[in-house]
Design a protein around this ligand. Structure first.
Ligand code: AMP
Ligand code: MG
Length: 487
């Protein structure tokens, strides 16, 4: 069905280690992303039973050549020289309809040489969560890995308590991370490092090959993609939760939807992840953390770069510093869109700062706030103005901000600024309590709520009654205060 190639597998071991999947007891297809399969070149889609066999790892896909990838990583700031795919297997690469090479990977398919103590499996909950959130990000146009399939394993995995298991199939531009470079660099074998860097240039940044120093150009290109990515995350309130260097994609995609969550009541210091005790990966820290991760990436490339001594360090430092203007430029653009202002508006930043203060002190739901502004821009009315004010505990202050905004906002149903505003402001996000509701239902065998929510979050600008029902913020008793890792 998919026509695999195996370019990554030609890189030296242990960047890639041949490994096979461990069959599961009773694979049953939960979901399959047919449009994505077509994008990946599939002509026809096999029947559900066959898909379940393939995408659980029970039967090898024709021409698949499974292997686990080696990588290292800084986890919460501490370097771990060997992590690697402990519960994932790369099946191979496909060339998609746009001519792009994409990885297809099983996750939860059993132990690998990198598993250490783990069982190599995945509980059903995190599989459903990754499916929903990554497909929402894709629908928002935010670079991300994609969900191709979810298969129930018919087995239980034991975490705190026994839970049903599942296998997830993830598609990525590649699974090469900052941690992959750290893994290669830590071996102090320049041929391995160079092979990896050349592979990445050819695959993701071919224009870098023509630069005076291709490895410096590679660094600059990765910095640029990460800057855009993090600005887009922030624009929808996304908190990754575990921005370790092993979860930082060289291709600039969102990867590893472990304890991630979307901010509801606006608070720049918001953290949901239960394991982030030091609040290292709080919402507002994300740009600085990405930059820190990129500095670790730069360190791995130094031996390959042309300059030497102080000039080398200066050059790499400049490349990392460049993150800030790139991030700010993307953020300014997104802020103008979110507020329905002229693309080049001078006021975007001060108005956004003002609104963030309002959202924070008025305990306003971030998504609902921008949606209410968008609805007002679509057709201004007293009713819609009141609906916005109803979102805050400080209506007088918000009313003052609103006056300042209204005189410069230009988006209206009649112009293209409105289209940009709507696109920047989803009606619905995968809210934590909705995701939890879907997982709870699935644990009692009912997958209908999962499919309903998937349909809604992959049409994030749909204003139907069903979408608006699932878009509503959690009531006090529904609120999810903590999220957990997928392991
Ligand atoms: P993650 O938090 O999913 O990014 O995983 C961090 C590291 O732990 C990676 O090297 C994973 O491969 C490994 N790991 C996570 N869960 C498991 C598991 N259930 N079995 C084996 N290895 C795991
Ligand atoms: Mg990870």
């Amino acid at each position: 069905m998919l026509s695999f190639e195996h370019r990554y597998a030609t890189l030296p071991e242990p960047l890639w280690v041949a490994t096979s999947a461990t069959p599961v007891a009773q694979p049953e297809l939960i979901a399959f992303n047919a449009p994505l399969a077509h994008e990946l070149g599939a002509k026809e889609i096999a029947d559900p039973a066959t898909l379940a066999q393939w995408f659980s790892g029970n039967q090898p896909l024709p021409n698949g050549q499974p292997g686990a990838l080696g990588y290292a990583g800084h986890q919460f700031g501490n370097f771990v020289p060997q992590l690697g795919d402990g519960r994932a297997l790369l099946l191979g690469e496909v060339i998609d309809q746009n001519g792009m090479r994409r990885d297809v990977q099983l996750k939860g398919s059993g132990r690998t040489p990198f598993s250490r103590g783990g069982d190599g499996r995945s509980p059903l909950g995190p599989v459903l969560r990754e499916y929903l959130v990554s497909e929402f990000m894709a629908a928002m146009g935010i670079p991300t890995t994609r969900a191709l399939a979810a298969v129930a394993s018919g087995e239980r995995v034991v975490r705190q308590l026994p839970e049903p298991g599942a296998v997830f199939t993830r598609v990525a531009s590649s699974h090469i991370r900052v941690g992959t470079f750290q893994f290669a660099a830590a071996r102090r074998d320049e041929t391995v490092l160079k092979a990896l860097a050349d592979h990445v240039i050819e695959r993701h940044y071919p224009e870098a090959a023509n630069a005076k120093d291709p490895y410096l150009a590679l660094l600059e290109a990765v910095v640029a993609r990460q800057a855009v990515l993090i600005a887009r995350w922030m624009s929808v309130g996304f908190i990754h939760g575990v921005m370790n260097t092993d979860n930082c994609s060289i291709a600039g995609e969102t990867i590893d939807y472990g304890p991630c969550a979307f901010m509801e009541q606006f608070d720049p210091q918001k953290v949901y992840s239960s394991i982030d005790q030091g609040r290292r990966y709080a919402f507002a820290n994300q740009p600085a953390i990405a930059q820190w991760n990129l500095a670790r990436f730069a360190e791995t490339l130094l031996p390959l770069m042309r300059e030497e001594g102080d000039a080398l360090v200066e050059q790499a430092t400049d490349a990392i510093r460049h993150f800030e203007p790139l991030f700010s430029a993307e953020q300014r653009r997104l802020h103008a869109d979110k507020l329905g202002l002229e693309a080049q508006s001078e006021q975007a930043e001060s108005l956004m700062e003002g609104l963030e203060i309002q959202m924070h002190q008025g305990q306003m739901d971030m998504t609902a706030t921008f949606d209410a502004l968008t609805q007002y821009a679509a057709s201004p009315s007293d009713e819609r103005y009141e609906a916005l004010l109803a979102l805050t505990t400080h209506p007088d202050e918000l009313a003052a901000w609103f006056k300042a905004w209204e005189v410069v906002a230009v988006a209206s149903k009649e112009n293209e600024r409105f289209a940009a505003m709507r696109r920047a402001n989803p009606v619905v996000i995968p809210r934590n309590h909705r995701v939890q509701e879907v997982i709870d239902a699935a644990y009692s065998g009912d997958f209908a709520p999962f499919h309903t929510l998937l349909g809604v979050v992959t049409q994030p600008f749909d204003e139907s009654v069903e979408a608006r029902r699932l878009a509503a913020p959690a009531t006090q008793s529904e609120q999810v205060l903590r999220t957990f890792c997928g392991t």
